[in-house]
Ligand binder design. Structure first.
Ligand code: GAP
Length: 512
């Protein structure tokens, strides 16, 4: 199965098993908007808990807040979003479809790379063990031609991006013969800047001064509450403020599932430091956040840093933590050293002094800030895409299993009486009563045990507990492990501790 096919299968699996549904599906859906179902919401809540507890409980100097989606419109002037939070968009006059000009060019470049990779694969097949990839790439005429084309377009694209030259974007699209995937024509409009913020009316007067924005990042809710938290919490620098909440961006995207949505959730932490110490903290947070990811057990090789060469105007250092998604390594989390850009601008625009008085040195200053920002939905996609596994079993059978890190699994344990009679459901109910206060569970008495195991595998339940006729006499149950499929007999009184060891969030946090 190609990675693209695997991604499609994953999307279908997420719907079939109640993880993620296209929004408003009965009305044919709404582009780039998704709802979480009964399984998805539990997975997402577990991810959020892991982040929240790691931030606010393991760090004495980090506190959490929950600010509103709506903020004073000047917030977005100060943050730079009104002036500069734009995408370059282009319309096809025949299909009336709108695209991101930069994405059209990036897709074109990706296709050239695909061609090169295919050529390399052909070479490998032809030459077998004697294949020298480096030499092949340096000498094969088809590859050299494609590489030259790639380099030329890439250089023009980067120049257009750096100069924010919209006409240059259009010219690249025309020169490369990029056509609309719907109409197949190159009948393009000019490229225009399009602000990504959604807005609505704040009152019923319809006056343009009443315009309110739906926040495009949660971070600004932290900055505008900096003084409130610092004063009421008697926080001493360095300290952090964490927040989890919805953000909204009018993204023009296609087929990216929950990777890029119009309504999504962020987990952001702004860490306020003394100016001049920010690089030290930037490095510390890079390390801290990578540790948090790798601690989930999804393979250190699936993460990498991507340091930004071109920095946003407010940053003096920036890196992404990228994850190996089915469509390649892509940004999962951003870590930015944002200087005093946000607090400084809020101070200027509001006229309120936003400073920290250092009692030890007697100095006052606008703190610098190091930000860690991760999308909950992107993290959910990382977990689901890594977890999705198809295993061949003995006898030609196969199973689909979600190998979700056990502490994040939506359902921790399934309780199953072998048959619906002989007093087994009654014992199973007692097992449920024993476990339900500590673990999310499912009770299942329908179909054969094999079918019930498959249902639990498909939603990633780490343990299945079966009550059989021996249980009546020996007080033991069969516990089946999701990943190894091994089964062991366990005394009912020992079940709770046994499950706890593997699924506990506390243990995951203790490893950090
Ligand atoms: N406050 C900084 C900030 O918002 P960002 O790189 O634009 O920076 C941070 O976003 C994270 O939010 C990203 O790394 C990604 O995980 C997530 N994110 C951003 N846009 C998203 C979208 N449209 N859909 C889903 N997640 C998104």
């Amino acid at each position: 199965m190609t990675q693209e096919e695997l991604f499609k299968v994953l999307v279908a699996h997420c719907k079939e098993y109640g993880f993620i549904f296209p929004s408003s599906e009965i009305y044919d859906g709404l582009a780039a908007v998704y709802d979480y179902g009964q399984m998805g919401v539990q997975l997402k809540n577990n991810i959020k808990n892991y982040w929240w507890e790691a931030m606010t409980r393991l760090n004495e100097n980090i506190v959490g807040i929950d600010s509103c989606v709506f903020m004073h419109p000047k917030t977005w002037v100060a943050s730079g979003h009104v002036a500069a939070f734009n995408d370059p968009l282009i319309d096809n006059k025949d299909s009336k479809k709108r695209y991101r000009a930069d994405v059209l060019i990036e897709d074109y470049l990706a296709k050239i790379e695909e061609k090169i990779d295919k050529e390399v694969a052909k070479g490998r097949k032809k030459f077998g063990d004697s294949f020298n990839e480096e030499q092949f790439r340096a000498t094969n005429p088809n590859i050299l031609r494609e590489r030259a084309k790639y380099d030329e377009v890439h250089a023009r694209y980067k120049a257009a991006e750096d100069a924010n030259d919209l006409e240059a974007y259009r010219q690249i699209i025309i020169d490369c013969g990029i056509v609309c995937p719907i109409s197949g024509t190159a009948n393009w409009t000019d490229v225009r800047q399009f602000n990504l913020m959604f807005s609505t009316q704040g009152s019923t007067t319809g006056n343009s001064d009443d315009k309110l924005y739906l926040r495009p990042e949660t971070a600004q809710g932290i900055f505008i509450n900096y003084l409130n938290v610092q004063k009421t919490g008697r926080m001493k620098i360095p300290f952090g403020i964490a927040q989890i909440g919805k953000a909204f961006r009018n993204e023009i995207v296609a087929r990216q599932f929950i990777f890029r949505m119009k309504e999504f959730e962020q987990m952001e932490m702004e860490f306020f430091v003394k100016p001049g110490t920010e690089m030290e903290w930037f490095r510390a947070w890079k390390e801290n956040r990578m540790k948090w990811h790798v601690n989930m057990g999804m393979g250190a090789e699936n993460y990498r840093f991507h340091d930004h060469e071109k920095l946003a105007h407010y940053a003096n250092a920036a890196t992404d933590i990228e994850f190996n998604f089915p469509f390649g390594f892509k940004e999962l989390e951003g870590i930015h050293s944002r200087t005093d850009f946000d607090l400084g601008n809020h101070q200027s625009l509001s006229g309120k002094k936003i400073q920290y008085f250092d009692p030890e040195t007697g100095e006052s200053y606008v703190p610098y800030c190091v930000e860690t920002s991760i999308g909950v939905d992107r993290m959910t996609l990382a977990v689901l895409s890594h977890a999705y596994t198809v295993e061949e079993l003995e006898g030609g059978d196969s199973r689909v299993v979600l190998k979700i890190p056990a502490p994040l699994a939506p359902v921790k344990v399934a309780v199953m009486p072998l048959v619906k009679k002989d007093g087994l459901p009654e014992i199973a109910q007692k097992v449920v009563d024993l476990l339900k206060y500590d673990f999310s569970y499912q009770y299942d008495e329908k179909d054969s045990i094999g079918k019930r195991y498959r249902r639990q595998d498909a939603i990633g339940t780490p343990f299945c507990v079966t009550i059989d006729h021996d249980t009546v006499s020996d007080g033991c149950v069969t516990v089946r492990d999701r990943d190894s499929m091994t089964q062991e007999r366990v005394r009912i009184e020992e079940l709770r501790d046994m499950i706890e060891k593997k699924v506990s969030l506390t243990n995951l946090l203790k490893n950090l």
